[in-house]
Design a protein around this ligand. Sequence first.
Ligand code: GLN
Length: 279
Amino acid sequence: MSCDIATALRDAATQLAATSDTARLDAELLMAHALGLTRSDMLLRHMREPAPEGFAALVERRAAHEPIAHITGEQEFYGRSFAVTPDTLVPRGDSECVVDAALEAVPDARSIIDLGTGTGCLLLTLLAERPQATGVGVERSDRARAVAVGNARALGLSGRADMVARDWTRDGWRDGLGRFDLVISNPPYVEAEAALQPDVRDYEPGEALFAGPDGLEDYRLLVPQLPALLLPGGVAVLEIGAAQDVAVTQLAVDAGFAVTLRRDLGGRPRALVLRHGDA
Ligand code: GLN
């Protein structure tokens, strides 16, 4: 027997409480997706209509820890929608502070490079916020790069965003890229043996998450190369894990940078802003 949307949402929120800290929101996002409506339109105008057939199956997937973004194929980041697949990380709210730090540090950025662009959410958000800028997104995964290219197109940014296939674990990866006002990166930074939530561990790409036994392997590779990617006066903004501020700051100081820490909305260390000591 079918019930109305309001009742189905209530039941789904109860069912998902064991899986998710945001069970009610998850249920609403899945229902809006099943209906092909925005969440607000659904909540304001459709609650007494019958729940759609397919909703229960979507809730089952979420109950098995599949991320909402994988089920719906999209995630909002900094007020825009980004296509997401299992080949990319799901854009995280915590990463919005990388965008804020970059917008403040280089308000007039004209050239931006994003190392490990994934969905493209960092680079494309900055390009959308800074209409005078052009950008390069570096991505070693062909499948992730295809997602970034699609997102650039969907946001009308294809003409200013060049998504290139490079792998910074290989020699010569920087050849021909040039120099930039702003380098941004959310590289892999999770410790190899870290205990992750099943939503992340079982569904998101390990190559975007793990960076050796201490999670610092990619910073060790990238930070010493940042001076060669920056124009004079350029700035790099790196996302970091909450316990990595001291270690990554040391790498940056060793590479000649002065470093400022940014915290995320939860008050945890989340980004480092790197400027040349003499700039
Ligand atoms: N913040 C992510 C997580 O906790 C990790 C992202 C990354 O490794 N760059 O799952």
